[in-house]
Design a protein around this ligand. Sequence first.
Ligand code: GLA
Length: 452
Amino acid sequence: MNDLPVVEAIRRKAASLPLPDGWRIVRAPGRVNLIGEHTDYNGLPVMPMALDRAIYAAFRALDEPVVRLVNTDESLPPREFGISQFIEPYAPGDWGNYAKAAVQALASHHSSAQRGFEAVVGGDIPGGAGLSSSSAMVVAMALAFAEVNDLDVRRATLADLLAEGERYVGTQGGGMDQTICLLAEAGTALQIEFLPTRIFPHKLPAGTSVVIANSLVKAEKSADARANYNLRPAECRMACAVLSKALQRSIANLAEFLELFGPDGALSNAFEILGLAPWPAQRLAREMDMSIDILQRTLLTQRDGSALEEPPSGFALGRRVRHVLTEAVRVREAAQALDSSDAAEAGRLMGQSHVSCRDDYQISCPELDALVDILEESGALGARLTGAGFGGCAVALARSSQLSEILKQVSERYYSGWLKRNRPDIFERLPARVEQYLFASASVDGATISAM
Ligand code: GLA
């Protein structure tokens, strides 16, 4: 990693600071999720791998309870804040909030951790692309803070703690991103099961490559996409409330529902009780024997107290549940496909996952749909949107022998073709180097700390 341009930039910046010695460097990789989208916060499995792109932070201990950060990206201003169990956030979208999220999460569990650090941060994960640059930043900051305070925290425990801690920036995500960043194993896709968190690595089939293509529609986790994203966990909670009432038993989450009835039983119960038509808030209140006011103060209120807007067509509860249940089954089938080196089957399941994300979970957009079609038409075994959705990247599994042809076709047909024709505004801002938006990535190990 030491010869990467980004690490070189960090080293130069660190060397220009007073007292240039004593630095260590943390590498926290981005991730791409191969299959299992929006399942994690329902307690159901995902299957990501860590990317050979990462957030890097050179850091060293300070004797005061303060965190001081500079970024190699000159557009991101230096940040400095005090360590405490309740740290006031910067404005939404500020890069410093990810450091604050990490430090607050650890400080509130380890009140003796009072040593601060200074860090020079950089990275080569495209931002707002669904590749978890934000969680990588959280993990990098947490590992630096744990290291300077000699905290001995198991990685699985840290992953759970940071999944909760990252809610500080306002998203109601699950535990996938932090877990893969900390526990990834090179050459594998990691099946992560939740409640409690368990990991099962599956070797990627020999002779295959994982292709990542950015639709270039921005999906910033801490900005606008947040409201869209947060609506989905809320709809899953509403669905569980309606199912609990109809079945006269408590269903805490969709994992429990799937466990109780099995895939076929859960799907048919969901269909019968929820149907496929959207639920306006009025109907939801009636069904739950609640006034609209109580509904708004309970099911339609987010954990931070803010209200959820009802979409014009109502809440598509039945479709959301169908996606989550079928997606969980697909993840487990994909794990079997990988174990028997059946790359074609894994690709087929990825394609099905995209259709479900597009039609039932409704987290795609025309750009991602076009990109997925083009990846598949160019010879990929299967392609799908990856990450939170509403923009960001598509991921594809491909035979390595086809890789260069696929990259060439996608470059011509999506970027210089579809995007240029349909989204000239985005095409105008096409990054300078193709590797910034279209590339294949190895699957690498989780985060590491080493000497500079
Ligand atoms: C975001 C969240 C994850 C997960 C994905 C969707 O990346 O941080 O926890 O929910 O979206 O699968």
